[in-house]
Design a protein around this ligand. Structure first.
Ligand SMILES: [Zn+2]
Length: 468
């Protein structure tokens, strides 16, 4: 590792950016919350996967590939999964149907994130393997819940086991929520059996047709938060270096993970750095199925190379909100076209120090891209060192997985087919409108929409773009 480079990371818990000092440089440990496997992952789900893949690559570069352990769980027990299994496989025994849904979804998830050039984590534990005490003695959910009860941090009520948030003086520190204010504000909609509205479920009973495990509190299933406390402890220990996820997980999920882990283990912290990526919007709006701007990774991969999606994600610093637009994707694709062409068949063997410095500054990928543009310009004017560094830096970041020739060929196919046909349809529609044949002009608009083309009419004429 280059001694002049000091990695600095922003910690959501302490609200500052500070030097990253691993507990053990020979075993750097990171946990990131993974997918709940019942449906295709959407492009918002791709953000933490890509962001923490970049951090994983940087840590491996700094400490050595075999000295970094990256754990990302798979949530395969969840009421949404049960509902999907019952819907998709009516008549099949529930457990069998659940296994079909989760296995299929997990395979889809892997195919998607592989296409985004994300390395597989060191371990991907499945929640259902960590519910009951294990033969190998690794941490499990039932034992953790027992410990919480024994230490006075959890109680049984109304058929559930609940975490007692009042038993933890600094509960709410991660999200900055004040327990007293919450209690004052929460006048209604509190489950009667809870001692405090913030108390959350560790274990709940299952009916005969729901998945369940036999526990000291009857046949039931775990709450969501306890999964991550168990699986992180199983592979990383009671206290580890980095815990990551999306901003939307800060409350309640990460707040509750911290409460469970610290109170069960009696430790002052769960992880030393809490990292959260910002939200993703599509064309300036919140992504939602009802707005029709909801895109799965799988759908986007039909129209854009995975490296373009990855590059587009990294243009924005991970803590900033990102606006996902077709224009941005087109620009990303053009930049990669150019870089593939400038790099040519150079493999490279050294990373640029300026790239490392930018990455070390709380993963400033926006700045990394500025540095790469500079290297590109030097390489273009014949600087072979710059070409070498451009090539190797891009590879280290997960790009240039294809040869320049195959990349260019793919681009050619994609560009030709659409543009000519789209333009002729637009011309036909303009003619139909001029003839006041609005039925025909609407029909053409629909045909274009079916091709994923969105038209924009203005006084200067009609322009178009690809909707996704
Ligand atoms: Zn989690």
């Amino acid at each position: 590792m280059n001694p002049s480079l000091q990695l600095r990371l922003y910690d959501t818990l302490t609200r500052d950016k500070r030097d990253f000092v691993p507990i053990d440089p020979a075993r750097v440990r990171m946990y990131v919350c993974g997918p709940t496997v019942y449906d295709f992952a959407h492009i918002g789900n791709a953000r933490p996967v890509i962001v923490f893949d970049v951090l994983y690559r940087l840590l491996r570069h700094m400490y050595g590939d075999s000295h970094v352990t990256y754990v990302r769980n798979i949530t395969d027990v969840d009421d949404k999964i049960n509902a999907r299994a019952a819907r998709d496989f009516p008549g099949m025994p529930l457990n069998e149907a659940i296994r079909k849904v989760t296995e299929k979804t997990e395979a889809q998830f892997h195919a998607d994130v592989d296409a985004l050039a994300c390395l597989r984590p060191t371990v991907e534990p499945r929640a259902t393997d960590f519910v009951l005490p294990r033969a190998d003695g690794k941490a499990d959910m039932v034992t953790l819940i027992k410990q919480l009860i024994a230490r006075g941090h959890a109680y049984e009520a109304g058929g559930e086991v609940l975490f007692d948030t009042t038993s933890m003086p600094d509960y709410g520190a991660l999200s900055g929520r004040n327990l007293e204010e919450q209690q004052a504000g929460a006048r209604v909609a509190v489950d009667a059996h809870k001692k405090h509205p913030n108390d959350f479920v560790l274990w709940k009973q299952s009916s005969a047709d729901e998945p369940g495990w036999d526990s000291p509190w009857g046949r039931g299933r775990p709450g969501w938060h306890i999964e991550c406390s168990a699986m992180s402890a199983a592979y990383l220990g009671d206290v580890f270096d980095i815990h990551g996820g999306g901003l939307d997980l800060i409350f309640p999920h990460h707040e509750n993970e911290i409460a469970q882990s610290r109170c069960a283990h009696g430790t002052p912290v769960m992880a030393n750095y809490w990292m959260h990526n910002g939200f993703l919007q599509v064309e300036g709006e919140k992504m939602s199925k009802s707005l029709g701007n909801f895109f799965t990774i799988h759908e986007l991969l039909a129209d854009w190379p995975g490296e373009v999606l990855r590059f587009n994600m990294l243009r924005t610093h991970y803590r900033q909100p990102i606006d996902w637009t077709v224009k941005g994707l087109e620009e990303s694709w053009k930049t990669l076209d150019d870089w593939y062409w400038v790099v040519g068949d150079s493999i490279g063997d050294r990373i640029s120090n300026a790239v490392l410095a930018a990455l070390s500054d709380d993963l400033n990928t926006h700045q990394v891209i500025t540095v790469l543009h500079g290297l590109r310009n030097k390489a273009q004017s014949g600087d072979e060192t710059a070409r070498n560094e451009l090539a190797w830096s891009l590879r280290m970041l997960g790009f240039l997985r294809e040869s320049a020739t195959s990349w260019a060929a793919r681009r050619q196919t994609n560009a030709d087919v659409d543009a000519a046909k789209v333009q002729s349809l637009i011309d036909a529609r303009t003619a139909a409108r001029a003839a006041r044949d609005f039925k025909e002009s609407d029909r053409i608009r629909d045909e274009l929409a079916a091709m994923g083309v969105v038209l924009k009419d203005s006084k200067d004429g009609t322009t178009w773009e690809i909707a996704r």
